[in-house]
Design a protein around this ligand. Structure first.
Ligand code: SAM
Length: 211
C-alpha cells in the first residue's frame, strides 16, 4: 500500500518514537512484521548461553524480546529499553508472565538503566537513525557490556534509506564506515558486517565486541 506524501512526516515521527493507539497497534505490528528477519539474525549473532543477560535497546514492537528470552533460557535475564512510553506499556502488557526474567525500562540508549559490565549481549536495531549523540550512545553500550560482551547494531543500507519517502523527516543516515568508526572509538570494534538479504543493498548487522 502506497501512503500519500502528506503522511510521511507523521510516519517518520511514529518510527522514531511510536505513540498513541496508532503507535501501539499499527506501527508496532508493522515493525515486528518487517524487521523480524534482522532482529532474529541479530539475536543469533549474540551467541547467547543459558543464564546470560541480554538487552534489546529500542525494542519498538517488541519482537526481539521473546527471541532473547528464548536464547538466555529460564536462568537468564533480558532488559528491554525504549524511549517510547507506548512501546514500554505494550511490552509490559504482553509479558506479564515473564516479570522475573524480563525488565522493561523507559529509557534512552544515551543513558542506559543497567549497571556497569552487567550485560553479556545487546542488540539495537533501526534505532541509531534517531540518535544525535551516537558517540554517547555507543559509550553507554560499552559501559553496560561485560568484557567480551557482544553488541549487534542493525542498520539499513544508507543508499536504500535515502530513497525512502519518510527518511528526509529527521532521520540521521550515517555512512556505514562512519558508524563502524564510532563503534570502534567507543571500545566496540566491529568484528563482522553481516549482511542479511540479497544484493549490495542488503541489511547491515554490525557485530561489535567489547575488548
Ligand atoms: C524504528 S523503531 C525500531 C524498533 C525495533 N528495534 C525494530 O527494528 O523493529 C525505533 C525504536 O527506537 C526507539 N528509540 C528512539 N530513540 C531511542 C533512544 N534514544 N533510546 C532508546 N530507544 C529509542 C523508538 O521509540 C522506537 O521504538
Amino acid at each position: 500500500m502506497k501512503l500519500p506524501r502528506t503522511l510521511m512526516p507523521g510516519l517518520a515521527r511514529q518510527l522514531g518514537r511510536p505513540s498513541g493507539p496508532v503507535g501501539r497497534f499499527l506501527v508496532a505490528r508493522m515493525l515486528n512484521k518487517n524487521n523480524r528477519p534482522w532482529i532474529t539474525a541479530a539475536a543469533d549473532a549474540l551467541a547467547l548461553k543459558d543464564g546470560n543477560v541480554a538487552a534489546d535497546i529500542g525494542f519498538g514492537g517488541g519482537v526481539g524480546l521473546p527471541l532473547l528470552l528464548e536464547r538466555v533460557g529460564p536462568n537468564g535475564h533480558v532488559h528491554g529499553v525504549d524511549l517510547a512510553e507506548a512501546m514500554v506499556r505494550r511490552a509490559i502488557a504482553r509479558h506479564r508472565g515473564d516479570r522475573h526474567r524480563l525488565t522493561v525500562h523507559l529509557g534512552s540508549i544515551t543513558e542506559l538503566p543497567m549497571g556497569d559490565a552487567s550485560v553479556d549481549g545487546a542488540i539495537s536495531i533501526n534505532v541509531i537513525y534517531f540518535v544525535e549523540a551516537a558517540e554517547r550512545a555507543f559509550a553507554e553500550v560499552a559501559r553496560v557490556l561485560k568484557p567480551g560482551g557482544r553488541f549487534v547494531l542493525g542498520h539499513a543500507d544508507p543508499d536504500l534509506m535515502r530513497e525512502l519517502p519518510f527518511t528526509e523527516y529527521g532521520f540521521r543516515i550515517r555512512p556505514i564506515d562512519q558508524v563502524m568508526s564510532l563503534l570502534e572509538a567507543a571500545g566496540l570494534p566491529v568484528k563482522e558486517d553481516k549482511r542479511v538479504g540479497d544484493g549490495d543493498r542488503a541489511y547491515h548487522l554490525l557485530l561489535g565486541e567489547k575488548g
